[in-house]
Design a protein around this ligand. Structure first.
Ligand SMILES: [Zn+2]
Length: 308
């Protein structure tokens, strides 16, 4: 028996050990500074030291986007485990575990309410639920959200955070790509805005389907957005990828995104966008000459000599 390690060291460390509950502080994964949990909650899980946007739950996302008093809707149940899939564990066991941990049936929560007094339907992905992967349950959630938006004559806003297709559902998972695309088409056909907010990470089948079809594409700072992983691309194209590849700011610079918005400003930005997109078009003033009066105008086109 080593008395130094078994007896003396625990005694000495016991003397200096302060009784601080472990969950009172949170270490920022980017800058490694310690943040008081309550401050982190107030800052919407954005590091006050370096501005790193940490992942937040779908329910928290709904809370900080919609005005208080919003209603979360119950989603139709998709067939669980259509392929009776099993790897090291049964898919049904993985599902049950994820459901117990997140208090959600699947990886998307849908709610309707108002944002700054304007009606909206919001769907939010829960990355902690099997990596926000898109199986039949998630497809069902997006379809339901889209139908609800049409029914309520409200814009649809989707916060994505997903690793892509849910491999345990195989082809059924892939079928959710066209399903969700068709669902969001319904929103567009009804003349309603469809806004996608890409959160860290938005990849795979979600990027390759409805997430890239929004009227407006917003992302949170430094969010990873792409289809395949950077390493896979690098090995395929056999080229070094540029700095910041697949990050929100890089995609904004290259025209994939319309805006990169900090979490603290997201709500106000969405409210402004909905306001702009939903304002009825101003009717043309009566003094504009009707088309037949155009003959009286000087014909500039004829005066310009044709170029060779
Ligand atoms: Zn930090």
């Amino acid at each position: 028996m080593n008395w130094i390690s078994d007896w003396a060291l625990p005694k000495i460390s016991g003397l200096f050990k302060r009784d601080v509950p472990e969950n009172l502080w949170h270490k920022c994964p980017a800058c490694e500074q310690m943040i008081f949990r309550r401050d982190l909650e107030t800052a919407l899980h954005v590091c006050p030291h370096c501005g790193h946007h940490m992942r937040i739950s779908a329910v928290r996302r709904l809370e900080c986007t919609l005005d208080s008093g919003f209603s979360r809707i119950e989603l139709p149940r998709a067939p669980a485990d259509p392929l009776r899939f099993r790897d090291q564990r049964r898919y049904t066991d993985r599902l049950k575990e994820a459901q117990a941990k997140s208090a959600m049936d699947d990886a998307v929560a849908v709610a309707h309410g108002t944002i700054d007094g304007q009606r909206a339907v919001v769907a939010a992905f829960e990355f902690a639920f099997m990596g926000g992967s898109m199986g039949a349950g998630v497809g069902e959630a997006i379809v339901t959200a889209a139908k609800l938006a049409v029914l309520q004559d409200a814009p649809l806003i989707v916060f994505t955070a997903s690793g892509g297709a849910r491999m345990q559902e195989g082809a059924v998972s892939l079928m959710q790509m066209p399903r969700t695309v068709i669902a969001t088409r319904l929103v567009k056909e009804a003349g309603l805005p469809f806004i996608v907010v890409m959160c860290d990470p938005t990849t795979g089948g979600v990027t390759a389907s409805f997430a890239m079809l929004g009227d407006i594409h917003i992302a949170e700072p430094n969010a990873l957005i792409g289809f395949a992983g950077a390493r896979v691309i690098e090995q395929t194209v056999r080229e070094k990828l540029p700095e910041g590849f697949q990050r929100a700011e890089y995609l904004l610079e290259h025209g994939i995104l319309d805006m990169v918005v900090k979490r603290g400003e997201m709500r106000a930005t969405l409210a402004r966008l909905i306001g702009l997109l939903r304002t009825p078009l101003v009717e043309a003033p009566a003094e504009v000459p009707p088309p037949e009066a155009a003959d009286d105008l000087p014909q500039e086109a004829e005066a310009t000599p044709a170029k060779a």
